[in-house]
Design a protein around this ligand. Structure first.
Ligand code: NIG
Ligand code: FE
Length: 416
């Protein structure tokens, strides 16, 4: 049963290559098959090739999708999102338009803490309902897997509630979620002036529950002035590692504060944001081959001008990733296409480099490099037909939702 052929692809952008994250010149190699076709069976990719080599293999029971000279890519893998929250912060967007900064709003009790108040008041069911709406947005922008963080609960029960909502979204929508525990997002109001008490709660109660209930694969910490110090972050991340969680770190976003060095010291999988990272921070990442996750949509949306130094990171041989940082505050953006546009215009990554960063490299950072991120036989059939004739048009015709059809596990999850 269930075999599907996609034929007549102007470019089949396979990203086939070494079975590891791509660095340096490799980022520019997309392994494109012109006039390509592919065969999917039982939710897996069976074969990719030139049209002439695939078409003779089509059997009578095979459903055929004519891409009509459009391009075909793997689904985007968004390696940094906060997609479960209640309410939104359009009010703060307006305040920023009137001159307030992201940091000022947070200091005045808004920002992350405002979403925490709303999320605590919401039930798991309510979080799943709003989460499903965002899942649809991701899919129609061509994203098929997201990394998903908790971090708006900040009590034992509210963090578990968020992670359970993420698990349900993974089960009940076509989008795949990779869960990350971010109990260390900010120090909640009730622990004001007692951050060490809150770190105790994370280490002694939250992390053990998260691990026992198998609710997260990664642990993340917001290492920043006004959030968690390097020492506090270290304590949390070491405890997480001992429980078998892998590590991601929000590092050097608003200030340069040792987050990159900490990520390297602990062998974190990724260090994320890095807008303020300098050459020495980059050398630290390089020393432990930490993957940088660059989040240009949050720079755009908080109205900053300072993007991460992607070129220096690529020159240092790092396996860069581009992600959206979707969240209600700094980045109400689900579109990896917008992230690609900003990667090219603001960070001077070529369209090919940005696509590698948004697919195969992201997949490896989530421990799923053998499953997703490229169109190669044996991998999951997460495939997107975009309404463009050339892959460079994805980011160039900016602000459009290009996907014409999205397949997850070989099944149609969205079509225009
Ligand atoms: O990645 N930096 C910390 N956390 C988020 C922002 C979350 C929020 O503003 O609600 C980020 O930018
Ligand atoms: Fe984030």
């Amino acid at each position: 049963m269930s075999s599907l052929a996609i034929i007549n692809c102007s470019q089949l952008v396979t990203l086939a290559g070494p079975q590891r994250p791509r660095v340096g010149e490799e980022l520019r190699e997309l392994s494109i098959i012109e006039n390509g076709a592919m065969l999917l069976r039982e939710g897996r990719i069976e074969k990719v090739g030139k049209r002439e080599t695939i078409e003779p293999l089509l059997t009578a029971d095979c459903e055929v999708v004519d891409a009509a000279n459009r391009i075909v890519l793997p689904g985007f893998v968004d390696a940094h999102t906060h997609p479960v929250f209640a309410g939104n912060r359009a009010n703060e967007f307006e305040l920023r338009a009137s001159g307030a900064t992201y940091e000022q709003i947070a200091l005045a009790g808004g920002g992350i803490r405002s979403t925490v108040r709303n999320t605590r008041a919401a039930s798991e069911d309510e979080l799943v309902v709003s989460g499903k709406r965002y899942a649809e947005w991701f899919l129609r922008c061509g994203t098929t897997t997201v990394e998903a963080k908790s971090g708006y609960g900040l009590t034992v029960e509210d963090e578990l509630k968020m992670l359970r909502a993420i698990r349900r979204l993974n089960d009940e929508t076509p989008l795949s979620y990779v869960p990350t525990f971010l109990g260390a997002h900010v120090v909640p109001e009730e622990f004001k002036g007692n951050s060490s008490g809150y770190v105790d709660l994370i280490v002694e109660e939250m992390l053990p529950r998260v691990a026992t209930e198998n609710l997260a694969e990664f642990c993340d910490v917001f290492c920043e002035v006004g959030a968690f110090t390097v020492e506090e972050s270290r304590r949390i991340l070491i405890a997480a590692k001992q429980l078998g969680l892998k590590l991601r770190v929000h590092a050097d976003q608003l200030s340069l504060g040792g987050g990159s060095a900490l990520a390297a010291e602990l062998g974190a999988t990724t260090a994320d944001h890095l807008e303020q990272a300098d050459q020495s921070a980059i050398r630290n990442l390089q020393s432990a081959m930490v993957q940088p996750v660059l989040l240009p949509c949050s720079v755009l949306m908080i109205g900053s001008q300072k993007y991460a130094n992607a070129r220096a990171m690529i020159e240092a041989g790092l396996a860069v990733i581009i992600a959206t940082d979707f969240n209600p505050g700094s980045s109400p953006v689900v579109s990896m296409l917008l992230a690609l546009t900003l990667a090219s215009t603001q960070m001077k990554m070529t369209p090919a480099e940005a696509i590698s960063a948004a697919t195969v490299n992201a997949a490896y950072s989530l421990g799923r490099g053998n499953e997703i991120g490229s169109l190669e036989p044996g991998k999951r059939a997460d495939v997107v037909i975009h309404d463009c004739g050339d892959y460079r048009e994805l980011a160039y015709f900016a602000g459009l939702e290009h996907p014409h059809a999205v397949f997850v596990n070989g099944k149609n999850a969205f079509s225009r």
